[in-house]
Unconditional design. Structure first.
Length: 234
């Protein structure tokens, strides 16, 4: 009997598991990952993705830069638009009196008419304190909001009178929106699309410079108090 035949019947002399008869490491088959390990890996990937989205969102909501000399947020800048009477105007329209400026569009189903109506009520409530306050409505939908459309819309008795409506080319609107850090985007297709947009009210001082943000989201009393406080500070 040969040495090879004797080794084949002797367990003590059998080749080690996982090794070839020549003593070299035999290729190993890769098994599938255990289910618990796959669950942990999947969870880690979801966590990483969530952190990334959160970081991007927080960066996009970062506060506006603040001027080191005045301590006021660096909001506003030069612009050129057209009012509801077809006249070309620029940022000088904001000088000489207090201004409540709001960005919206005439086809807005809820936020815009509600905000304009709130400004009328608050202005009347404050009486002499706000008698010189002008309301400026800047359209972020220049495709549909022509000067004539603005004039018809803003003539509603539900809105403060007098008022100023501004529109322009898409490029002009983009310029003023960027200066005041206003978000807007078209939502939908066809003629009945909506516009997503910021809903804050920008209070501008008689010097044409931004003072603070106001909102009617917490009710008329809160808006009136905030406006009166800002006007009192000058």
């Amino acid at each position: 009997m040969s040495r090879k035949d004797r080794n084949a019947g002797d367990p003590a002399r059998a080749p080690e598991h996982g090794r070839g008869t020549g003593g070299t490491e035999a290729p190993r088959r890769r098994g599938r990952w255990p289910l618990p390990r796959l669950i942990l890996l999947f969870g880690a990937l979801l966590l990483a993705a969530g952190l990334g989205v959160s970081l991007i969102r927080d960066m996009s909501r970062a506060p506006a830069p603040v001027s080191s000399s005045t301590g006021v947020a660096a909001v506003g800048g030069p612009f050129q638009l057209v009012d509801q009477d077809g006249r070309t105007v620029d940022q000088s329209i904001l000088q000489g009196r207090w201004t409540a400026m709001f960005f919206g569009y005439t086809y807005c189903p809820d936020v815009c008419p509600a905000t304009l109506s709130a400004l009328k009520v608050v202005k009347e409530r404050l009486g002499d304190e706000a008698k010189d306050l002008q309301v400026v409505f800047v359209s972020i939908d220049p495709q549909r909001d022509t000067p004539a459309q603005l004039k018809t819309y803003l003539s509603s008795p539900a809105f403060p009178q007098p008022n100023v409506g501004l529109t322009g080319t898409p490029e002009q609107v983009a310029t003023v929106a960027k200066a005041y850090r206003v978000y807007y985007a078209r939502n939908g297709t066809g003629d009945d699309y909506l516009m997503d947009h910021s809903s804050a009210i920008y209070l501008i001082g008689p010097d044409g410079k931004f003072r603070t943000l106001l909102s009617d989201s917490e009710g008329l009393d809160s808006l009136a108090t905030g406006l009166a406080s800002a006007l009192g500070r000058g």
